[in-house]
Write a protein that binds this ligand. Structure first.
Ligand code: ZN
Length: 458
């Protein structure tokens, strides 16, 4: 098996000037990349397969500095169910010298092209180089990855081990590449270096201004001070409330937020929250609170189990929205989840522990999951619930764990609960294919009826 041990990338962002005669033409990038490869398999390797964004073309490749390599490249369909339009540039390089087991080599590639993201496929991947912002995430494959032609292979492959990235950008822009700290190399260039494995490279660059206060940093775009203020106070409220409820977050450090355009997909990355700007105050609060909740859902791996990641974050987000409005969750949040689940009876029946890669994974994790946690809270009370989630967040076994592991952790933590059969409750919601509650009923009644089954005789 061929492993990338280190990635060095020189990247130039070339946005089109605002008054360009071709109007909205996408900006371009130019890249020069060195991949330090190690053959960890038992077979000699004579050919290397790389994947790149569909519009990026390799213009030259060499091995160990000077030996030019023969290359073939063609835009190929990535065979992923439900994604008929996912195309990538597949690059095949014949090595100048075979790479035996245990041997290492450096591949140098030059590539260039336009980048407009996979907006038709991933709701969050509107990546592009615009006149006033550039957002590039691993899903867009703006850097070459060594991997097979499959989405799973791709997800594994786009995580990078140690890296050094140098970005050239317009002189008045600030460039962010979390979790690495940028070093300004003069006007229009920033360097990043990391010795740790990262779940893919995420790059944000714009004429940002940074607002700082009480451990919260907000990088906002010109004229958006008021938005930055709203974001900052939402982050402070969410962080202090969650600290009070759950105890300290396992990942300490400042909350750092970068503004991205509306509709481009808010995301919590290691070291940075990418937050859509321009939305109303309620939405801003909900989004920021949600992303701050992820400080208590530690997932250092590239592809965390959605229950441990999203169900817990949505459950806490609902509580934070209620707390800000004056306390309690209110039935609003549960009504919202029930309305989504009513349309997808299959999702209501999908056990939380097996929702990791099914078709309904998002609906199950973002709607059934928070309802399950609300039901458990109704049984054991908020204080026990907060104690459970806080200790789970800080448990070494929680990082990268799946929903089944959470259920077993909950069972151990709640073994002294007498009034409820917690084991059967967890079994029905996490492991059994059945509808543990009826989304057609009013949520409060539905949960009471569902819980009645688990009340013990004592
Ligand atoms: Zn989330």
């Amino acid at each position: 098996m061929l492993r990338v041990q280190r990635c060095e990338l020189d990247l130039t962002l070339l946005p089109q000037p605002r008054n360009h005669p071709v109007g909205d033409a996408p900006g371009r990038i130019e890249g020069a990349c060195t991949l330090h490869l190690h053959n960890q398999g038992r077979r000699t390797v004579s050919r290397v397969h790389l994947l790149l964004y569909r519009l990026l073309r390799v213009t030259g490749a060499t091995q160990d500095g000077n030996r030019a390599l023969a290359l073939r490249q063609s835009v190929r369909h990535l065979p992923v169910r439900d994604m008929p339009n996912l195309y990538v540039n597949r690059v095949s390089l014949a090595l100048a010298e075979d790479l035996g087991p245990g041997q290492e080599t450096d591949l140098h590639l030059r590539y260039a092209g336009a980048l407009v993201g996979y907006r038709e496929l991933f709701p969050y991947a509107h990546d592009a180089v615009h006149p006033d912002i550039a957002v590039l995430r691993p899903e867009s494959l703006f850097y070459p990855v060594v991997g097979p032609l499959s989405l799973e292979g791709l997800r594994r492959a786009w995580s990078v081990p140690a890296f050094r990235v140098e970005v050239r950008h317009p002189a008045d822009w600030t460039c962010l590449l979390p979790p690495a700290r940028g070093v300004r190399l003069g006007d229009g260039a920033t360097a990043f270096e990391s010795a740790d494995e990262a779940p893919g490279l995420h790059l944000f660059a714009a004429p940002y201004t940074t607002a700082r206060g009480e451990g919260v940093l907000v990088h906002h775009r010109p004229g958006h001070q008021e938005w930055a203020q709203a974001v900052s106070s939402a982050a402070l409220f969410a962080r202090s409330t969650l600290q009070r409820w759950l105890g300290p977050a396992p990942a300490a450090g400042p909350v750092e937020i970068a503004e991205i355009p509306p509709g481009w997909g808010s995301q919590h990355l290691p070291g940075l929250i990418a937050q859509c700007g321009g939305e109303g105050p309620e939405q801003v609060f909900r989004d920021v609170a949600h992303e701050v909740c992820h400080f208590w859902t530690p997932s250092p791996c590239a592809d965390p189990h959605r229950f441990c990641d999203e169900s817990i974050a949505h459950y806490l987000e609902d509580l934070l929205v209620g707390e800000r409005a004056g306390g309690g969750r209110g039935d609003d949040a549960l009504l919202r989840h029930a309305a989504v689940l009513r349309e997808r009876p299959g999702a209501v029946r999908t056990p939380l522990a097996s929702a990791a890669d099914g078709a309904d994974v998002d609906i199950v994790s973002r709607h059934k999951g928070p309802v399950a946690l609300a039901a458990l809270e109704r049984a054991i009370g908020k204080e026990r619930m907060f104690g459970l989630l806080g200790s789970w967040a800080r448990d070494p076994g929680a990082a990268g764990a799946d929903a089944g592991a959470f259920a077993h952790f909950a069972l151990r933590a709640l073994r002294d609960v007498q009034a409820w059969d917690i084991g059967r409750f967890l079994d029905d919601w996490f492991f059994t294919e059945q509808a543990p509650f009826d989304p057609d009923m009013s949520p409060g009644e539905a949960l009471d009826l569902s819980l009645a089954r688990y009340r013990t005789a004592s």
